[in-house]
Design a protein around this ligand. Sequence first.
Ligand SMILES: CC(C)(COP(=O)(O)OP(=O)(O)OC[C@H]1O[C@@H](n2cnc3c(N)ncnc32)[C@H](O)[C@@H]1OP(=O)(O)O)[C@@H](O)C(=O)NCCC(=O)NCCS
Length: 158
Amino acid sequence: MSEQGKTPSASMTTVTKLMMPMDASVSGNVFGGTILKLIDEVGSIAAVRHARKNIVTASVDQMNFLAPVHVGDLLRVIASVNYVHKTSMEIGVRVEAEDPLTGKIRHTGTCYLTCVALDKYGRPTPVPTLIPDTEQDKRHWAEAEVRRDHRLQHLGKK
Ligand SMILES: CC(C)(COP(=O)(O)OP(=O)(O)OC[C@H]1O[C@@H](n2cnc3c(N)ncnc32)[C@H](O)[C@@H]1OP(=O)(O)O)[C@@H](O)C(=O)NCCC(=O)NCCS
């Protein structure tokens, strides 16, 4: 039996990390892989907080790097559950870079993960329903539903 429904805010997760030289190329631009790893980690935390079960990342939608992130920037990754179906959840992840000296924040990318909850045998298992609370939650739900359709069509599962 799955838990009662939860709002997106119940699992919202934010992680901020100072970008160091080891996160970047010699030019000082942070590697895309550094950002993708953090997206997967933070998105997975939001998914586990919603499901309270083990989860795997089933897919990562296209990621566009909108602006460079530099060594010394604070990379902020914000993840929340946009949509749930039976065993899967779409997690929206927003990536921002903050200049710690000026406080100026740049939106550097947005990415959508699909995570699937697993039971103790490693099989997909139901997740709690999502209760879109605010107008923004409702918009995220509707947009995620469209993306799910496209994803499943692309996979030949619809
Ligand atoms: C994700 C995984 C468990 C799905 O297994 P499966 O046998 O395809 O399971 P099902 O067909 O029953 O699908 C289960 C759910 O996953 C969704 N799903 C499966 N593959 C998907 C994909 N590539 N993208 C998005 N959703 C997917 C299905 O739509 C379904 O959702 P629903 O129950 O909410 O309707 C399996 O493909 C897997 O283990 N993949 C490897 C995951 C991994 O190792 N990730 C990296 C490390 S975390």
